[in-house]
Design a protein around this ligand. Structure first.
Ligand code: CTP
Ligand code: MG
Length: 229
């Protein structure tokens, strides 16, 4: 299989503040990780799926992956995560076979990301001549540069986007970028770019927002309920 998705789900969810690892928190009746994984098994071209889970939740995670994957469970793996997202991504990349050419890295916390977004990023990487790709949306707020409490200027928002996951790359180049990384980058595209890679963007989707705070969880639950109403 030439495609793989690494789903990072090993965070603790400090800002959500529920006291359970975030990926294992229910979102309108189904666990966040279950919702994040479901679209991966509906893609037109199958992909290997590696879930990076908290060391405390490996058995629970394996059972959940098996229930979502069904017959595709043979193409899945669950591995323990690290102290930060960077270490968790590296743990996921480490278990992929070298036959994988396009790898997507995805936050379990973006659990309502539609299947089409994974398809767009895979297609872009496979046709992308070595570049990395991020899903992006235009910035809608007016953005100001500040200095202390002084507003210095309005930043031209036409030159800005907000980026999401999954972020996609050629596997060998992403592995090399992570091996060389200083850990100061906040996303995979930043790691890839710091190593000299080119990153382009494709269309993102509002539903691919990240659940970080209790407000975000409420928003996700409202969206799910509105869909089934
Ligand atoms: N993540 C991970 N391993 C870590 C930290 C984060 O796999 N050591 C994953 C999270 O599970 C999440 C994604 O990276 O899917 C984005 O991280 P974030 O939203 O910050 O989640 P948490 O780190 O769990 O939340 P917080 O920062 O509030 O503790
Ligand atoms: Mg975090």
């Amino acid at each position: 299989m030439d495609r793989a998705v690494v789903v990072v789900a090993a965070g603790s969810g400090t800002r959500l503040g529920i006291g359970t690892a975030k990926a294992f928190v229910p979102v309108a009746g189904s666990l966040m990780l279950e919702r994040a994984l479901a679209p991966l098994f509906t893609l037109p071209s199958p992909a290997l799926v590696v879930v990076v889970a908290p060391a405390t939740h490996l058995d629970e995670c394996r059972a959940l992956v098996a229930s979502v994957a069904g017959a595709a469970v043979a193409y899945t793996a669950v591995v323990p995560g690290g102290a930060d997202r960077h270490a968790s991504v590296e743990a996921g990349l480490a278990v992929l076979p070298d036959s994988v050419t396009a790898v997507l890295v995805h936050d379990a916390a973006r659990c309502l990301t539609p299947a089409a977004q994974f398809g767009r990023v895979f297609d872009a990487v496979l046709a992308g001549a070595g570049a990395g790709f991020v899903p992006a949306l235009p910035v809608t707020d007016t953005i100001k540069r500040v200095d202390g409490d002084v507003v210095v200027e309005t930043v031209d928002r036409a030159a800005l986007v907000g980026v999401q996951t999954p972020q996609g790359f050629p596997l060998a180049a992403l592995r090399q970028a992570y091996a060389a990384s200083s850990r100061s980058e906040t996303d995979d595209a930043g790691v890839f770019q710091a190593a000299g890679g080119t990153v382009r963007f494709v269309a993102g989707d509002a539903d691919a927002f990240k659940i970080t705070t209790p407000w975000d969880l409420g928003r996700a639950e409202s969206i799910v309920r509105a869909r089934s109403a």
